[in-house]
Design a protein around this ligand. Structure first.
Ligand code: BGC
Length: 361
């Protein structure tokens, strides 16, 4: 029996993170066997490790972590047309619900209506933080070799692609819309990728966060030509009513409430964070009156289907060509599987994205 190493947790149990020997997964028809190169770590992983989130696959007491991944095809069996051993690939996170609802059967499991979808490394399906993993080949994007050092950023970029693309779909279907300015709230990996994606579209972008202009994240944002604003110096309230598109990527409830006052008439606000219940004193009447009087759209967006992975792969190439070192500069901390525990622990101010390096190939 072949054994592979994996980073696992027992969902719902704190301090259950473990490097475990598990049986090598065996691909079924239409599934690829993947040799995982890298896995990125995000806030969702930290919530799972803290015991607040996550669900193991049926019949398993543990969950293999890892939903942001970059891998090579190890074996493409029957039904995996178009894939060859050695291909550089990234799988999507979510899989269809058992009911195969209208969204799921239309290729939009990111819009699943039953909520019974599964997510690799998060909900009901093992993730990719292991030497070998399997996934349905119909949910896998192939990347060019030029992305072999930065392709692990594709999954977080797809969250951005969906939020921005849906903003445009909604706005363009209700009026003539020519956005010029965008505000990105937050300078974590998603905020930085949103900054780059909006700059690629030619928008004038302001990125705000609670970091000094000399910090790693601020410098990365500014390197794309965005204006970086430290909100500890310039309060958000001084930027009210100005932006055509606001992208909220801090996950902070108070910032999310304020975000609504920052978009201008006919503007749109895209929320992609997970917001904790906090007591707020914001004037909800003002928020809703502004929403109506300004014809504004506020919407939430989670996960991303394969179409955003295809689109994101193209944008990743464009970002890499346009701002040399930007994507590489985001990958600040690289750790091996054996040191994984530190990867899920507290981070320094210099950390942007922590990545588990699983295979060097
Ligand atoms: C992932 C999404 C997922 C969401 C909720 C995020 O971290 O990027 O793919 O849908 O968590 O589980």
């Amino acid at each position: 029996m072949i054994i592979t190493k994996a980073i696992t947790v027992t969902p719902g149990t704190q301090k259950s993170l473990a490097l475990r020997d598990i049986h090598e997964p065996v691909p079924k028809k239409k599934e690829l066997l993947l040799r995982v190169k890298e896995v990125g770590i995000c806030g969702t992983d930290i919530d799972i490790v803290s015991g607040f989130y996550g669900e193991p696959p049926a019949g398993s007491e543990y969950l293999v972590l890892g939903h942001e991944s970059l891998a090579r095809v190890e074996e493409a069996g029957p039904g995996c047309d178009g894939f060859r051993k050695g291909d550089l690939v990234v799988p999507t996170v979510r899989r269809n619900c058992p009911e195969n609802c209208l969204s799921c059967r239309s290729g939009e499991s990111d819009m699943c209506t039953t909520g019974h979808y599964k997510e690799h490394g998060i909900k009901g399906l093992h993730g990719f933080a292991s030497e070998l993993a399997v996934t349905d080949s119909r949910f896998v994007t192939t990347l060019p070799e030029s992305l072999s050092e930065v392709g692990v950023l594709l999954e977080p970029l797809t969250i951005v692609e969906k939020g921005i693309s849906q903003s445009f779909v909604m706005q363009n279907s209700r009026m003539k819309w020519r956005p010029e300015s965008a505000l990105v709230l937050g300078s974590g990996p998603v905020g930085l990728l949103a900054t780059a994606a909006l700059r690629l579209m030619g928008l004038s972008v302001t990125t705000v966060a609670r970091k000094p202009p000399g910090s790693v994240k601020a410098k990365l944002a500014a390197s794309t030509g965005a204006d970086y604003v430290d909100v500890t110096e310039t309060p958000l309230s001084s930027m009210e009513d100005r932006f055509d598109l606001v992208f909220e990527a801090t996950g902070s409830t108070s910032v999310a409430l304020e975000a609504q006052n920052l978009c201008g008439t006919n503007g749109v606000v895209s929320f992609v964070g997970i917001y904790k219940s906090e007591v707020e004193t914001e004037d909800a009447g003002r928020v809703f009156t502004n929403l109506v009087l300004g014809n504004r759209v506020f919407f939430g967006s989670v996960n991303a289907n394969i179409s955003y992975f295809h689109r994101g792969a193209k944008d990743l190439v464009r970002i890499r060509n346009k701002w040399k070192g930007f994507l590489e500069g985001m990958l600040t901390d690289k750790v091996s599987l054996d040191e994984a525990e530190s990867a899920y622990g507290p981070k320094s101010e210099k950390t942007v994205k922590t990545v588990l390096q699983i295979s060097q190939d």
